[in-house]
Write a protein that binds this ligand. Structure first.
Ligand code: NDP
Length: 241
């Protein structure tokens, strides 16, 4: 029986590449999404991957959704916390709604999604939790106090949870992508994007698959000794810590 991997925001962008990569590596994949049903159905038709719709910031929806995935496919052995949003703006002009939206989707989701699966993993003595943070959680980004704070929080969450569960055969790691060619980046003003690309030594945006392959590795048995790690994949863009 193949292992079950659950990828939040797994129908589009980086998450889509992760879902495809894990499927190719032999996992039974459940990919969640928030509301873009048209894209999710097209992805399902193309890949045969199971798709589920719920909001990762809603604890009850996560508990119910995970229970459904586990009853239909089996216990979640690999959890990829990938879903995320931006609501950019300079802090002095930022509304509390912008702040809360990013905090709840990008950081509360670490709790709402991981809490329902962690006891099962502990009981089985194995599991993988892989969280998608961001270069902007490492270095901070003007116009993204909310996003930078949430993504830095993901790194702290990863390191603490890794220590709590290492002895139970569970690894917890995070990946910090630099700028990757997805809808999230396409939504940025052209001038801002041009200046960002000029600061990437590789001279281009990353491809979603270049993140996905690291996630597939972290999910594998070969990565059993790696836990609490922060994998930086950003085309050489400088990270000031
Ligand atoms: P996209 O905007 O392309 O896709 C986001 C995915 O997350 C979609 O599947 C979306 O569902 C889902 N999603 C959004 N909000 C929720 C929610 N509340 N509940 C459930 N699912 C949700 O994002 P990317 O692929 O660009 O980003 C993926 C992750 O990588 C994010 O965490 C992001 O912060 C991070 N990242 C991205 C970088 C980049 O350059 N692109 C750089 C660094 C980090 P739906 O399709 O229904 O909207």
């Amino acid at each position: 029986m193949s292992k079950v991997a659950l990828v939040t925001g797994g129908t589009r962008g980086i998450g889509e590449a992760i879902s495809r990569g894990l499927k190719d590596a032999g996992y039974t994949v459940a990919a969640t999404y928030a509301g873009n049903t048209e894209k999710a159905e097209a992805f399902k038709a193309d890949t045969g991957i199971h798709v589920y719709k719920w909001d990762v910031s809603d604890p009850d929806a996560c508990a119910a959704g995970i229970a459904q995935v586990e009853s239909e496919l089996g216990p979640v052995e690999v959890l990829v916390n990938n879903a995320g949003i931006t609501r950019d703006g300079m802090f002095h002009k930022m509304s509390f709604d912008q702040w809360r939206a990013v905090m709840s989707t990008n950081l509360d989701s670490m709790f709402t999604m991981t809490h329902p699966v962690i006891n099962g993993m502990r009981g089985r003595g194995s599991g993988r939790v892989i969280n998608i943070s961001s270069i902007n959680g490492q270095k901070g980004q003007m116009g993204q106090t909310n996003y930078s704070a949430a993504k830095a929080g993901v790194i702290g969450f990863t390191k603490a949870l890794a220590q709590e569960n290492a002895f139970k055969g569970i690894t917890v790691n995070c990946v910090c992508p630099g700028y990757i060619n997805t809808d999230m980046v396409a939504a940025m003003p052209e001038k801002v994007l041009e200046s960002i690309i000029s600061g990437i030594p590789v001279g281009r945006l990353g491809h979603p698959e270049e993140i996905a392959q690291t996630v597939v590795y972290l999910a594998s048995d070969a990565a059993a000794f790696m836990t609490g790690a922060v994998m930086t994949i950003n085309g050489g863009q400088y990270v000031a810590n």
